[in-house]
Write a new protein. Structure first.
Lengths: 517, 124
């Protein structure tokens, strides 16, 4: 059943009301005042009675017309009665009633006419608005879907249909879940429905051909005049571009953070290196001044040795001790001078395992003396690394010697080498990013484990400091590790000490292999 | 046995004095000390040594330059040279063994017994 829309009744403006009253009252008053000209006045009365009928019909529709007729009738009867009481009568008998009927008829006619006109105008207005809305929905790029409360599509604009690869009429009547990867959408509970206001979420929608694209969805509940949910309107925005920008931004941020981290690390290393270098410069300055006096002492001791009686054993021992002392002092100076080296490395692609073997052979004697067993886990086909073999040998000898000294009662030294392929950055599926990552590179790892006493946690951070040593005075100058650290850094590699759970220390050096394409 | 003549060139008198004392104490050498590097070549001409010990870093000149000057002199070029120096570049040790520019070197402070060893080696 179609209901004819009744246009909203406007309230009667006071002026119209005044005109209505006047047009009814004037002839009545005149009739009562000038009874002689009653018949003419009577006609005027009927004519003027149409005015309020018209006005009220315009403003109040059918109700207005009915009201006008009623009022007119009352006035007529009252006037007639009053006139009768005064000895006059406006009209008589059948003429009176036929005029009354005519009056009603005219009034009703006017009412009906204006009503239809207003409805027509209103309809036209509604239609215009409707067309505008439809046009707007059809033009907009944003996908709009109107569904009932069970997510069944009632309306879908062309943009929505187009984005998903359907025709508009294919969508009407279907559940909007066809867009969802799962194929269905859970119906909302009544309380959820009532509260549905700007429900925003990101999702991945599926097209007719099965392809997917990321979307931003916003849903609102549509309420009728009584506040009951009658449907849901959802906008669907294709955010492929936005997601791409997001990804790029994230990657840029990641890279920025990483370079920031790298920069900070580099700064720290630079500060460390500068510290060491100033030690070196200082050492270089004093070395000459110290070495000459040492030379004098050493030569002097030897001369004294020549003149000492053979029988005096204590003096001979003293002279030997003095010689040793000079040698020790010299070693310190040598160690310090290592910091003064200009940063020249002769980097050549080398097999790390070869250098490991060379270094091991040089510490073999020490190992045997301390009854340290050796375990080798050296990976074959290790990628070559750009190394200064002499300097790396120095580092390895230092590490091996430290390990052996940490196991004076014996133990096990394990040397391990292997390649570790570089991991791709996670989530980087965009081909644009590939040019940043050279392919085929791997890290070459070297691990040296011992079963010694380990390094106390509070000392771990300081082990690379020059002159830091855990050995008793007289044993070791504490320069070895700081020099080793510097050499490792100069190779662009990293060195790290950790205590092992099973006791002892593990030293890890990470080199980046050279890529020879 | 005739004593071999050694010319020791070093800017520090203490070094030359001590070395001279030791070397002459062995009874095998006659030592002349020269403390001004710029006078080294002249001293060589006057003393006519069998071997010259040269310090590398000196305030007025550089041992390597003295060595090349000596090499350029027809009379002096065949005299063996040993460098005795406080500053040593490890790179040179690695690449050439214990030599600088073809001449052996000893790094101070060196055991004087080693000095003698090296001298004897060079005199062969």
């Amino acid at each position: 059943m179609t209901t004819r829309p009744s246009y909203p009744a406007k309230s009667v403006p006071p002026r119209a009301l005044a005109i209505s009253v006047a047009s009814l009252a004037v002839p009545v008053v005149a009739a009562l005042t000038f009874p002689e000209s009653l018949s003419e006045l009577g006609v005027m009365l009927w004519l003027l009675a149409l005015v309020p009928a018209f006005l009220l019909a315009y403003y109040r529709g059918w109700r207005g017309v009915t009201l006008a007729c009623g009022v007119g009738m009352v006035l007529l009867v009252v006037t007639n009665s009053v006139a009768g009481i005064l000895g006059r009568q406006i009209q008589e008998g059948p003429l009176f009633f036929s005029v009354v009927v005519m009056y009603i008829g005219i009034a009703l006619g006017i009412g009906w006419l204006t009503d239809r006109l207003s409805v027509a105008t209103m309809r036209k207005q509604i239609e215009e608005i409707r067309l505008q809305l439809v046009k707007a929905l059809e033009t907009m790029q944003l996908g709009v879907t109107i569904t009932d409360t069970n997510w069944k599509i009632i309306f879908s604009n062309p943009a929505e249909a187009r984005n998903h690869g359907y025709a508009v009429d294919e969508l009407v009547g279907k559940n909007v879940g066809i867009f969802a990867p799962s194929g269905k959408l859970n119906p909302l509970r009544k309380d959820e429905l009532e509260k549905l206001s700007s429900w925003k979420r990101e999702s991945i929608n599926v097209r007719k051909d099965g392809s997917t694209f990321p979307v931003q969805l916003t849903s609102d509940v549509v309420l009728n005049a009584s506040g009951e949910p009658i449907g849901i309107v959802t906008t669907c925005e294709d955010i492929t571009e936005r997601k791409e920008h997001q990804r790029q931004l994230e990657r840029a941020t990641r890279e920025l953070r990483k370079s920031h981290g790298d920069l900070q690390a580099a700064q720290l290393r630079l500060i460390e290196a500068e510290k060491l270098e100033s030690v070196g410069r200082l050492a270089a300055g004093v070395a000459h001044e110290v070495k000459n006096p040492l030379m004098v002492i050493l030569t002097g001791v030897k001369i004294l040795t020549q003149h000492v009686q053979d029988g005096n054993g204590d003096i001979r021992v003293l002279l030997d001790d003095m010689t040793d002392a000079v040698t020790r002092a010299d070693e310190v100076i040598r160690g310090l001078l290592n910091f003064a080296r200009p940063h020249e490395l002769e980097l050549v692609p080398e097999d790390l395992n070869t250098i490991v073997e060379q270094s091991l052979s040089l510490v073999k004697h020490e190992m045997d003396k301390s009854r340290v067993t050796l375990a080798r886990e050296l990976a074959p086909d290790l990628p070559k690394v750009n190394l200064d073999s002499f300097k790396i040998q120095q580092v390895l000898i230092n590490l091996f010697t430290n390990a052996v000294h940490a196991m004076p009662e014996g133990g096990k030294l394990t040397v391990r080498s292997y390649a570790r392929p570089l991991e791709q950055m996670a989530g980087d599926t965009n081909p644009v990013g590939q040019e940043d990552l050279p392919t085929g590179e791997s890290d070459v790892m070297l691990e040296v484990d011992d079963t010694g006493t380990g390094i106390p946690e509070d000392k771990l951070a300081k082990i690379f400091d020059p002159f830091f040593t855990t050995k008793p005075t007289g044993k070791g100058t504490g320069l070895g590790l700081s020099v080793s650290w510097q050499i490792v850094e100069m190779h662009g590699a990293t060195i790290e000490f950790k205590n092992r759970d099973e006791g002892g220390v593990t030293v890890t050096i990470v080199f980046t292999s050279s890529v020879e394409e | 046995m005739e004593k071999k003549r050694i010319l020791v060139v070093d800017d520090e008198a203490v070094i030359t004095r001590t070395l001279k004392l030791y070397l002459e104490g062995t009874g095998s050498y006659e030592v002349r000390a020269e403390n001004e590097g710029s006078r080294a070549v002249q001293a060589a001409r006057e003393f006519n040594p069998d071997l010259i010990m040269l310090d590398l870093i000196m305030p007025d000149t550089d041992g390597a330059m003295v060595a090349s000057e000596l090499g350029g002199d027809s009379e002096l070029q065949n005299i063996p040279i040993i460098f005795l120096t406080a500053l040593v570049s490890e790179k040179e040790v690695g690449a050439h063994g214990k030599e600088i520019g073809g001449h052996p070197f000893l790094a101070k402070p060196v055991n004087p017994e080693k000095v003698v060893e090296c001298i004897e080696q060079q005199l062969q």
